[in-house]
Structure formats: C-alpha cells, structure tokens
Design a protein around this ligand. Structure first.
Ligand code: CUA
Length: 351
C-alpha cells in the first residue's frame, strides 16, 4: 500500500522513519481531499440532472437548510482538519527535538555550496557523510544570504540563516546516497547549490572519521589554510579556545567557574539562565550565538550590560568553533544552576 501510494504520487524514496510517517499523513490528506472533490463533483452532476428545468417558467423553491445539515457540513471538515493536526503536530515536535545522543554536524550554507564540519574534525564540502541508524543533529548557519537545507528523501527542509543557528535532525535508515538541494532562492547559482548525503555503515563511518583525522593530523605542518575558512587541521574545540582568546572573551568570561564580569563558560551550555527582564532561556547554540551578535537583547540577571556586539566581526565558522569550545567545558551531565553574577549581594540568612 505504502509503495503503491508512493509511486502514484511520485514521491522520492523514504530514507528515514520520519519520511514514512510524513508520507502516511500525506496519503491520508490527499486521499481525503480527492474523495471530497470527487463527492462534490458527483453531487453537482446529480443536481444538474435531477433538478434541471423541466418546463418553461418553472420557479425554484426556496431551500431552507436545517441546522443539522449546516452542522454536518461544517463539522466534518473541521474534524478532518483536527485529525490532521493531531497527527502532524507530534511529527513537527519530533523534528524539533533531536535526541540527546545525536551526533552534531555543523552546516554552513554559502553561495553556492554546503560545508559540513564535525566537531572533532574533519570538514567537507558538499558531501555529508553520516552513519546509518544513528541520530544526526545539524546545526546550521549561513555566511551570506538565506538558504534552505533540503533533503527530499528524508522529507527534511530547514531554512539556514545568516547570523543565527537553526537546527534539525534525522536518522538515516540504511546506507545509500541522497541528494541535498537548496530550497530558498539565493542568487544565480541557486539551482547548482547541490550536495549529497552519503549514509554509511556505522563501522565504515567510524573508520572514515578516524582515517580523516589521521590524514589531517599528518598534514599539520603543510600548506597554509585559506584565510576565510576555519582551519580544518585542528578540532573546532581547539580553534574555539584560540579564537576566544584572540577576541578577548576571557577578559570577562572564565572557564573554571570563577565569578567575573560575564557568566562563566564552565557548564554554561545547557544551563537555564534567568534574564534581566525575568524571562528564562536555555543556553543552547542559538542563545550563545545571539549573545555574541546582540548581547544587549538577553542579559543574564545579575550581570552588567557591558558586552560589545560581535555582529559582523566574527565569521560564522568561528562562531561555531567558539560555541563548540563552550560546549566542551562541562563538568557533569546534570543541568547546572543559573549563573551567579559578581554584583549579587550576599543572600541574607533566612529568618
Ligand atoms: Cu542557497 Cu538557494
């Protein structure tokens, strides 16, 4: 049944379980609407025949619809729409919540190519290699304009924006190759902004990563790296540490938990922070990036609003490296308490 419908509707293969569930909803919606239109069509034809004018000057009687008819005509479609929502919403939520153990890959859209970087190396252009059967989370940003990362076989599409991170995830079912498209018009090279997801056997993938890292390490002293790119020869974490020092982050942020001008980076990732305006946020990739680009927007309670903006000063791949460095500063898997600022007065003893 699934295969028949998929062929009838010209849908690409289903590379993930998610794709399957999306398709099932699609079959349901399209069958219901097709049946609905067919029923309307048949009714119209029947009415044309049954209620045709039989003699000249025949008048049409006034029809008063009964409330029950109105209720049925409004209620039926409403129920259908609610059922679709009931099926679709959990799918949407599932797509928005990557599993905790997902493997991170940084994705960077750029006119007109896709770049992928694994936190411990290596990085690649246009080819995303992933293991089958393991969840993969994509942390995506753009260097220039809005792109959209689209893998039809995974039924996955997510906008990729400059100056901010968006995320999505998938778990490929079996080894194979799938096309990546850009689904947001981004200039003359848009239609050529193609890539490929290569799904590998997990063991093969691990071997590939290990081998790549060896090659990269061996090349440590050779050719200089193009200046606009993050150095692919060291891990993102190491680059992040170096960059943070170059940008002067450590003048205000400590990495060992010591209170200072800004929140400490130790255990910052995943921490729930209380903001000046009373709201709470989770310090995830998105928040950390926003804090660099627009630090005044979400100041953590207890801290002074003194951080300068880095909008336009730190290129996207460097932001990724710094975020990855912050993520590496973890002492435990327990979600830490909100940051305490240096301007807190000592808490008075309870009476
Ligand atoms: Cu990138 Cu279209």
């Amino acid at each position: 049944m699934n295969e028949l419908m998929r062929t009838l509707l010209f849908l690409p293969e289903q590379g993930t379980d998610y794709a399957r569930s999306v398709d099932h909803l699609h079959y349901f919606v399209i069958s219901a609407t097709m049946l609905g239109s067919a029923a309307v069509f048949v009714t119209v034809i029947a009415f044309v025949i049954v209620y045709r004018r039989r003699r000249a000057r025949q008048s049409t009687p006034v029809v008063e619809p009964k409330p029950i008819h109105e209720a049925v005509f409004i209620g039926l479609p409403l129920v259908l729409f609610l059922v679709w929502f009931g099926i679709g919403f959990p799918q949407f939520v599932a797509l928005q919540t990557p599993p905790k153990d997902a493997m991170d890959v940084y994705v960077q859209g750029k006119k007109w190519m896709w770049k992928f970087a694994y936190p411990g190396g290596p990085s690649a252009v246009d080819t995303l290699r992933v293991p089958a059967g393991r969840p993969v989370r994509l942390l995506m940003t753009s260097r220039d304009v809005i792109h959209s990362f689209y893998v039809p076989a995974f039924r996955l599409k997510q906008d990729v924006l400059p100056g901010r991170y968006t995320q999505t995830w998938f778990q490929a079912k079996e080894p194979g190759r799938h096309q990546i498209f850009c689904a947001e018009f981004c200039g003359v090279g848009h239609s050529a902004m193609l890539g490929e997801v290569v799904v590998m056997e997990p063991s093969e993938f691990d071997a590939w990563v290990a081998n790549q890292r060896r090659v990269v390490a061996a090349a440590q002293d050779s050719a200089p790296v193009p200046s606009e790119d993050v150095d692919v020869r060291t891990s993102l974490v190491d680059q992040g540490r170096k960059l943070a020092s170059e940008y002067g982050c450590f003048k205000c942020h400590t990495v060992d938990g010591t209170l200072h001008i800004g929140p400490t980076w130790l255990d910052l990732y995943g921490r729930r922070e209380k903001l000046k305006d009373g709201k709470w946020v989770v310090a995830d990739e998105g928040y950390l990036t926003r804090s660099m680009m627009d630090p005044r927007a979400e100041v953590v309670a207890g801290f002074q609003d003194v951080m300068p903006t880095f909008q336009g000063r730190i290129p996207a791949p460097e932001v990724a490296a710094i975020v990855e460095f912050i993520k590496s500063l973890r002492t435990s898997t327990v979600r830490p308490e909100p940051s305490k600022g240096p301007v807190y007065a000592p808490i008075p003893p309870a009476k």
